[in-house]
Design a binder for this molecule. Structure first.
Ligand code: NAD
Length: 312
């Protein structure tokens, strides 16, 4: 396990779980975050001598004194609501921000893990998606600010690997959910839970027949840690291959929350993918990883957290 780990975006949803994981594993953790969507509340558990928390926009600078064994680059707006409202900041952190973190890894001789996304597959024409699929992204659609930034990040990581010998690890993360997601973050799980607990209408985009797969955050963290320990460059898909229709997910949340909220169908966003499901054969084979938490169990834990942590 690495001794000193830098996590960009460590005050966000996934990042904070990684901070927790590495602190428990005995590592020293440096968290770089501009708090644009993350929060100090996410790190309240970590009143910890081995955590250093710095307010930094990694698109501007990314420097850390002393030795670094691994850099985990998660900083980026991640929910559609966030990246659509901050398109240029999204493109900057995917380009210059990734550049700065790769430079840090090069200077320190550290392994760099890039948090890429299933969005690199766009609206896929192959289902489920293996890593060998190159994707189907509309390069000028509204979502492209995120999708193309991540595609550029992957290309840049490979260029640093090939030209500077930087030890890189690329993971393509599929929809992940769990405690510490923001109530208003706009992604399906926190939106449905917030609405179900408030008794307001549960809003389903389109007719709800589009599918997604949902990975519980603890499983993702185990996958990322396994990738970091491995010598793999990737990309490697990390996600839960169980596939759900969005309306099925909404009904499941409603019933687990014991809610009487009605379901309301709203317009489908532009370029919304019809389906998304990871092929995780590579992660199983090369990392010995597969998700352990089923959707019902994961949703129960997440609903419980949302009940205990009201918005604000
Ligand atoms: P999040 O919004 O909770 O976390 C992102 C974090 O990055 C926040 O703490 C934010 O303040 C920080 N940040 C944003 N821009 C920054 C900048 N310029 N400098 C420093 N910090 C900055 O989102 P998340 O769901 O935790 O996503 C984390 C990473 O995982 C992202 O890179 C995202 O693209 C990737 N990812 C997440 C999912 C998912 O389902 N959660 C799926 C695919 C990929």
């Amino acid at each position: 396990m690495p001794g000193r780990v830098v996590i960009t975006g460590g005050a966000g949803f996934v990042g904070s779980h990684l901070v927790e994981y590495f602190l428990h594993a005995g590592a020293e953790v440096v968290c770089l975050d501009d708090f644009s969507s993350g929060s100090k509340r996410n790190l309240e558990f970590a009143d910890h001598g081995r955590l250093s928390l710095r307010t930094t926009d990694v698109s501007e600078e990314c420097d850390v004194e002393g030795p670094v064994d691994a850099v985990l680059h998660l900083a980026s707006p991640a929910s559609p609501a966030d990246y659509l409202s901050r398109p240029l900041a999204t493109m900057r952190v995917g380009s210059q921000g990734t550049w700065n973190t790769l430079e840090l890894a090069r200077r320190k001789g550290a392994r760099l893990l890039l948090a890429s996304t299933s969005e690199v597959y766009g609206d896929p024409q192959i289902h489920p998606q293996p890593e060998s699929y190159w994707g189907c992204v509309n390069p000028i659609g509204p979502r492209s600010v995120y999708d193309e930034s991540k595609r550029f990040s992957e290309a840049l990581a490979m260029a640093y690997h090939q030209h500077h010998g930087v030890d890189v690890a690329i993971v393509r993360i599929f929809n992940t959910y769990g405690p510490r997601m923001r109530h208003g973050d706009g992604r399906a799980v926190p939106t449905f839970i917030t609405q179900a607990l408030a008794g307001t209408p549960i809003t389903i985009a389109g007719d709800g027949s589009q599918t997604r797969s949902f990975c519980y955050v603890d499983d993702l963290v185990e996958g990322i840690a396994a990738m970091l320990r491995s010598p793999l460059v990737g990309p490697v898909n990390l996600g839960n291959p169980e596939e759900y229709r969005i309306d099925t997910l909404a009904r499941r949340v409603k019933s687990l929350a014991g809610s009487s909220s009605p379901l309301r169908f709203i317009d489908l966003p532009v370029d919304d993918p019809r389906c998304r499901r990871p092929d995780i054969a590579k992660a199983r084979r090369e990392l010995g990883w597969s998700p352990a938490v089923g959707v019902t169990d994961g949703l129960r834990r997440t609903i419980e957290w949302f009940r205990r942590s009201p918005a604000g």
